[in-house]
Ligand binder design. Sequence first.
Ligand code: COA
Length: 157
Amino acid sequence: MNGPSPPNAQPVFRIRPARRGDAEAIKSLLGELGYPKGGDAATVNWLISHPEMELFVAGDALDKAIGVISLSHRPQLRVQGRIATIDELVVTAAWRRRGVGRALVKRAIERAKVLSCKRIELVTHRRRDEVPRAFYEACGLVEANVAVFRLAEIEPK
Ligand SMILES: CC(C)(COP(=O)(O)OP(=O)(O)OC[C@H]1O[C@@H](n2cnc3c(N)ncnc32)[C@H](O)[C@@H]1OP(=O)(O)O)[C@@H](O)C(=O)NCCC(=O)NCCS
């Protein structure tokens, strides 16, 4: 019989590469990030098989994805090497503040280092002020002095 968790028990989760079977859970996570149309199965499969994309999930005790991180990487002229960008990162609300986000970022950074990336960055919306600077700092990320410009005419309405 299962009893209550002992005090100070570590939450049980495991970071692993995403699989096709995670598509439904990833879609739900993208919904929490504010993109209800994002994370459809075809795009999840595209990322999983893409040579310059990495997709990791945190699986709970039943191996259901409760957090996801995507990382893209490509060569860049000015750094004379490969750079990596964390494109999406979300942990389901019930699992926040239990180390999942930090563990996902750590895994993505480890992978980028294996790929000999010379820069690792994360772009986030300034509107996301609910995400404390403390999180990025806890992950070793510091704010860069960059601005992002987008071509408005092709943005989805
Ligand atoms: C940002 C996010 C991924 C963090 O995931 P998480 O699993 O809750 O983060 P962790 O538990 O690993 O936190 C690591 C450290 O970051 C800091 N931190 C994280 N959330 C915090 C909060 N709400 N307030 C203060 N500090 C916080 C703490 O220092 C924490 O360590 P501690 O709990 O030992 O004090 C999660 O809040 C989330 O999914 N938010 C919505 C989506 C989003 O904004 N994504 C990021 C932009 S792409």
